[in-house]
Write a protein that binds this ligand. Structure first.
Ligand code: SAM
Length: 224
């Protein structure tokens, strides 16, 4: 197996291993087939103490893509306990430092204050390199992403599927040409993504997408 693509301290790599492992242990105990609808309070109650972190191989791919895109302004729809955010922030900080004239910024979104608090605790353990990079917006992303985005290089859609299209539409006016969007679980949760795909695949749209064979499906969408 190839070594981790991350330029990171052994401490940070070990923190990430540990967070992913906690997430997977939790996920193995969830009865996915009997979950209530994603827009219900009951669903939120079940998910309030869950990581549901993006799989480690997907996080590593995203970090790699971000380094290649030289992305310095990144939006994350769905932050939870902040695991994927660490990868985004590390890449944004390293890209900014390589460019020399910008500061990396990750706009992270989480509607549950208790989850946001745990995310901040995890980030504080991640070390100096990501310090000051994450702009955490607590609340419903349909409100928190409505202003102050700047020019966006990359959007991660790791959110309940009914929120994917609203998030994309809020960020769309801010994308730079060549911006990239990654959406998770696009095959497994395909029916939930129908509206997003109809929008992205429409002939007049400026988006193009490809589905990659990661677990559950991972879509890469490029803004023309
Ligand atoms: C799949 S998890 C994100 C996992 C995270 N990206 C990671 O890898 O660690 C999705 C998160 O989106 C949050 N969420 C759901 N609806 C939201 C909304 N309307 N605005 C902001 N966050 C929301 C949930 O509370 C949940 O923590």
């Amino acid at each position: 197996m190839a070594p981790s693509p991350l330029t990171a301290t052994p401490q940070l790599l070990s923190l990430l291993e540990n967070l992913h492992s906690q997430s997977l242990t939790q996920e193995s105990k969830i009865e996915w087939t009997s979950l209530p609808g994603q827009t219900s309070n009951e669903f939120d109650n079940i998910m309030r103490d869950k990581f549901i972190a993006l799989d480690q191989d997907k996080c590593e791919l995203i970090y790699h893509l971000l380094r290649s895109l030289n992305a310095t302004t990144i939006v994350e729809a769905g932050t939870s306990f902040g695991v994927s955010t660490i990868y985004l922030a590390l890449a944004a900080a390293q890209n900014a430092s390589r460019s020399g004239n910008t500061k990396g910024r990750v706009i992270a979104t989480e509607k549950e204050p208790s989850k946001a608090e745990i995310a901040q605790r995890n980030w504080s353990q991640a070390g100096n390199e990501i310090e000051g990079v994450i702009d955490l917006r607590i609340g419903d992303l349909r409100e928190t992403l409505a202003s102050d985005l700047g020019t966006v290089d990359f959007l991660l859609l790791d959110i309940w599927t009914p929120l994917a299209l609203p998030a994309l539409k809020l960020v769309e006016p801010h994308f730079r040409p060549g911006a990239m969007i990654i959406a998770d679980n696009t095959l497994k949760a395909g029916s939930g993504y129908e509206e997003l795909f109809a929008y992205v695949d429409a002939p007049e749209s400026r988006f193009h997408r490809v589905t990659m064979p990661y677990a559950g499906g991972l879509d890469m969408i490029v803004y023309e």
